[in-house]
Design a binder for this molecule. Sequence first.
Ligand SMILES: [Zn+2]
Length: 103
Amino acid sequence: MEAYGKHERTARDFQRIRFGKRPIKPAKSDPHHFDLFEIGIGLGLESLRPAELACCFDILCPCGHAHNAEALVKQRGRMEREIRKAFEAATRGGNIGTHLEGP
Ligand SMILES: [Zn+2]
């Protein structure tokens, strides 16, 4: 249901932009942070200690702000839960990998 709500909001925001009805409500999280977590979780970002995580974002993130280690750790936890939920939904009923099987 939460995913449906997010999808619905994205579709509504798209229509507002499409028909010139701005402004749209900004997202709660920084899109650069979302992208870095999406790319980096699974490649080692999940195992960095808080200070290392903040240092990594200070180097890689284009948002232009100094990064708060505690806030990033919380955001990483939320992203890991969302990724886990998406994986569970995708694999429910044995759907994952069936498209990869050859003849
Ligand atoms: Zn940033």
